[in-house]
Design a protein around this ligand. Structure first.
Ligand SMILES: [Fe+2]
Ligand SMILES: [Fe+2]
Length: 290
């Protein structure tokens, strides 16, 4: 399975996340005297591959594309495995790349979960930290990275100019389609996000994977954690209903743990394991379907 991928793919996966830190720098590290200029280097080579990533994402994430991917992947007929096996599977995403570039996927999930736990949040939110990027296994099913990661946005209505690199939406056929290119498109005012199709990626996929097991506020965190145009920019207030607005408080609470918990010290998995095994057993069935 992993032989179908070039290591460069996984390098880009990290670059997307580093780009988020350039766009939304850690307010605490700025308070400690770090200049925001360090994050705003738009001319770096990394920046070019992030641009290319969003060019592909914005060009090909159409309404029909999303419906297609939902039909393929929400059938959950690809694989069934215990969550711990799924983490080994997910960690293939960095096994092939330069060993000293970054922490593996499980380590990012553990650092997110541990930061949430240290702040005394409920245990289901710690679980959300552990699960939130599980959907990146899509890469291992042969999906291109622009259909797995990156900021998500509603499809079936006009693209907000608050979405990163909005100029690339000109190449998306939906922008020419009068059914999809108006403010509300196929939706109606404040119809609620449960009625809105989002661009396809790891958020929507993991949400469906665990939607019967995690409290609703946690499900919002999973489903919308990459919807920066809303949780950071409020660009789609016109589609949210009152319930979404209530629930987005949780999405906003979660985001800094995802973005700012990364640090070079790998978590002590041996010491943490018993806690996380109990937590997973408390909420999730013995195996998950992929
Ligand atoms: Fe994510
Ligand atoms: Fe993450």
């Amino acid at each position: 399975m992993k032989k179908t991928f070039e290591p460069i793919v996984f390098k880009d996966l990290d670059e997307w996340e580093e780009d988020l830190l350039r766009r939304y720098p850690d307010p605490d590290s700025i308070a400690e005297g770090k200049s925001t200029e360090a994050f705003r280097n738009y001319d770096s080579p990394e920046r070019d591959s992030v641009r290319e990533f969003y060019r592909l994402n914005h060009t090909y994430q159409t309404y029909d594309f999303v419906l297609n991917k939902r039909a393929t992947f929400l059938a959950f007929d690809k694989k069934e495995m215990p969550i711990w096996e799924a983490y080994d599977f997910l960690n293939q995403l960095v096994d092939d790349s330069d060993p000293d570039t970054d922490l593996d996927q499980l380590q990012h999930l553990l650092q997110t979960a541990e930061a949430i736990r240290k702040d005394g949040h409920p245990d289901w939110m710690v679980l959300v930290g552990l699960l939130h990027d599980m959907g990146k296994v899509l890469c291992l099913f042969g999906e291109p990275q622009w259909a797995v990661v990156g900021d998500t946005f509603p499809v079936g209505c006009a693209h907000s100019d608050k979405i990163v690199y909005p100029e690339f939406f000109k190449q998306n056929p939906d922008s020419e389609n009068p059914a999809y290119n108006t403010k509300y498109g196929v939706y109606s005012q404040n119809c609620g996000l449960r009625n809105v199709q989002m661009s396809w990626g790891h958020d929507e996929y993991v949400y469906h994977m665990v939607k019967d097991y995690v409290p609703e506020s946690g499900l919002y965190m999973l489903r919308y954690h990459s919807f920066y145009a809303q949780h950071r920019e409020n660009a789609y207030d016109h589609l949210l209903d009152d319930h979404d607005r209530e629930m987005f408080k949780w999405v906003k609470l979660f985001n800094p743990y995802d973005l700012y918990s990364k640090n070079p010290n790998p978590p002590d998995w041996k010491a943490l394991r018993p806690y996380y095994e109990d937590l997973v057993a408390k909420y999730l069935p013995p195996t998950l379907k992929f």
